[in-house]
Design a protein. Sequence first.
Length: 89
Amino acid sequence: MASSPAPLLPRIQQYLTAMGEHIRLARLRRKFSTTQVAERAAISRPTLRAIESGEATVSMGAYVQVLAVLGLEKNLLHLAGDDVLGHKL
């Protein structure tokens, strides 16, 4: 039996929702259909819809695959690169 995912803090869900919307807008700016992106990312269209909705249950790998199709995967390198708090500790 699969366990249910841990509940997210509201601000974390807001971040995921915003990221999904940014991904959707990037796809639309490139004039890619959901079918094109899903096929190129080797995921299903429902998974792409979940990504564009900011679903937390989608694997990080699927998000990265879509970012790569859109040419945005290098943005991931900036996520924890400037860890000011970590350097202070």
